[in-house]
Design a protein around this ligand. Structure first.
Ligand code: HC1
Ligand code: SF4
Ligand code: SF4
Length: 572
């Protein structure tokens, strides 16, 4: 143990503890900007300086040593921090009132805390065009503070390395290699860099106006669907605690916004289980293209396209649930309602920015109509609700419309890592057993461990080796073990975002301070499993509307019409 003093307080901490961590553990607040727990420790911004003898040292990378006498609140420290932040502000495009991160900006909060009223160093500014080439992520270098949080996330958490520091000195910027537009790189559109950015230098490509225009167009029939993970995060945008469940209020708000029908992507998640479960049983039978890999995360699909193209045939041919739902809205539902599918606009509310790439893929269309027309993030939906002046917190609960709005607990858990695997197991197990099963909580596939494995013994004597990864650095490790023969796996679930969609790139942004005291993916996942438990039906194949759609329209899982509407093939 290390014994030392901070502001006169005697401390004893394990070797390797930083001064910043030690100070925060006893309630001493040291401001910081580039530090992001478990992701970025680079002492690049120097906001967290403390006085150690005659020197000022960044505390986020300073390991505590025996006998140190640290001071965190002296005139010299306060002045140094103010100077650092003023210098950052002097080279910052200060559009605070119109910035997408207004009131949710860590630089703005720092300037306020440090009582900065004027900036002494106005001078030359970085000029750089906005990169809006990507379908999902917009980059504005004139707002970048060079903290490196996005670079560490893209490199260490996702193992994608699409962005890095370029140039030197005052010309330093964050950019893709050779300053290419982001759309021409290996970026997989997950938006985790947006979640890491403390300011407005990275944000989603906004599609709010497109939705308002569609709603206002009398010739359009506008149908909205919502992803599993949105309902456990949207409330945060209205001041509710992390992990609040707001399903009923969300439906009510969507009706008030003027959508003609409010459907649930969860219905199609149940359908995915029918289609993907059947596919799994067929592949296990034939032994072909194993392991079967889930295909509902477009960030993951693009990752396979870029980094493991030889494994593309392992991906399930199932479209992702919201794409299936879109395809059914423009076929089954349009026919039922006698509406011209060309007049229908399908809007998906997703916790995800990669879905803004996915819905534009030509593989995800039928008869020249895209399955889904517009994707909005949870944050964009919150913005629309605020714009419309809806008092979200006081809305009463409403139900989804039917037939494409009824779902089960199995569908809801898609939103957390391990959920797709668990939902599939609930159905595959029961179908193989040929009888009702009571124990359906597969705890072994839950939780936040980076790679989870489970062997499930099926009632027919066969077994399934399943593996689950979240965060693409973990997925890469898993795939490398499968390719080298070190692991023999039949079924792989991957979600690009750490924790799964609950912490997708389109969810409410959690600042660095909150990340230190709370694991948001755990809190939101708890809400997801509570929602599952609260529902009367918890197995996809028991959804009565799923039975109905097969009887009335699709025929059988993996049948001809299913293949036409619900399946696709990626071959980049
Ligand atoms: Fe997801 Fe999915 S769970 S991909 O994570 O399979 O976005 O929530 O909607 O489509 O259902 C996201 C979440 C979502 C799809 C489903
Ligand atoms: Fe990297 Fe994901 Fe950001 Fe692309 S969207 S730059 S892959 S973190
Ligand atoms: Fe999108 Fe979910 Fe994949 Fe993240 S894990 S990229 S939120 S689909």
């Amino acid at each position: 143990m290390i014994k030392f003093k901070i502001d006169g307080i005697e401390l004893e901490v394990p070797k390797g503890t930083t001064v910043l961590e030690a100070a925060r553990s006893v309630g001493i607040k040291i401001p910081s900007l580039c530090y992001l727990k478990d992701v970025n420790k680079s002492s690049s911004c120097r906001v967290c300086v403390v006085e150690v003898g005659p020197r000022l040292i960044a505390s986020c990378t300073l390991a505590a040593e025996n006998g140190m006498d640290i001071k965190t609140n002296t005139a010299k420290v306060r002045e140094a921090r103010r100077t650092v932040v003023e210098l950052l502000l002097s080279n910052h495009k200060r559009e605070c009132t119109t910035c997408v991160r207004s009131e949710n900006c860590e630089l703005q909060a720092l300037a306020k805390d440090l009582n900065i009223r004027d900036i002494r160093f106005e001078g030359e500014k970085t000029t750089c065009p906005i990169d809006d080439s990507s379908t999902s992520v917009v980059r504005d270098q004139e707002k970048c503070v060079l903290c490196g949080r996005c670079i560490s996330t893209c490199g260490n958490v996702q193992s994608v390395h699409a962005i890095g520091f370029a140039n030197r000195g005052f010309s330093t910027v964050v950019a893709p290699a050779y300053h290419k537009p982001l759309s021409d790189t290996v970026c997989i559109n997950c938006g985790q860099c947006i979640m890491a950015c403390p300011v407005g230098a990275l944000h989603e490509k906004e599609n709010i106006k497109d939705v308002w225009n569609a709603i206002a167009d009398p010739d359009k029939y506008v149908v909205v669907q919502t992803a599993p993970a949105v309902r456990v995060a949207l409330g945060e945008e209205f001041g509710m605690p992390v992990g609040s469940r707001v399903t009923g209020k969300m439906v009510s708000a969507l009706r008030k916004l003027g959508f003609d029908k409010v459907f649930d992507t969860d219905f199609a998640a149940d359908l995915t289980i029918m289609e993907e479960g059947t596919e799994l049983l067929k592949r296990l039978e034939s032994g072909e293209n194993l392991p079967l890999m889930t295909s509902c995360c477009p960030g993951w699909v693009k990752f396979v396209e870029h980094f493991y193209p030889d494994m593309l045939d392992n991906l399930s041919t199932c479209k992702s649930p919201h794409q299936m739902e879109g395809a059914l809205i423009k076929s089954y539902f349009a026919k039922k309602m006698d509406i011209d599918p060309a007049k229908i606009t399908v809007v998906s509310i997703m916790p995800c920015v990669a879905k803004k790439f996915e819905n534009q893929r030509e593989e995800l269309s039928s008869e020249n109509l895209q399955d889904v027309d517009i994707v909005l993030t949870t944050r964009e939906l919150a913005q629309m609700i605020k714009e419309a002046g809806i008092d979200f917190a006081n809305l009463s609960d409403e139900e989804f419309d039917n037939p494409l709005g009824e779902s089960t607990g199995a569908a809801v858990i898609f939103g957390a890592t391990g959920g797709v695997a668990e939902a599939a197991l609930r159905t595959v197990f029961e179908i193989t057993a040929g009888k009702e099963l009571e124990a359906i909580d597969y705890e072994v596939v839950r939780g936040t461990e980076g790679i989870k494995e489970a062997t499930i013994e099926l009632p027919n004597g066969k077994s399934i080796n399943a593996a689950i990864a979240h965060g693409l650095a973990n997925a890469r490790k898993l795939l490398d073990m499968v390719k080298s023969g070190e692991k023999k796996i039949d079924f792989i679930e991957v979600m690009a975002c750490p924790g799964g969609c609950v912490t997708g790139g389109g969810q409410p942004i959690i600042d660095a301070k909150t990340r230190e005291v709370m694991d948001v993916k755990i809190e939101r996942a708890k809400a997801i499993y509570d929602e599952d438990k609260s529902l009367p039906i918890r197995k996809s194949h028991k959804n009565p509307y799923i039975k109905q759609i097969y009887e009335e329209f699709l025929g059988e899982p993996n049948g001809h019409l299913s293949h036409e509407l619900l399946h696709t093939h990626y071959q980049k």
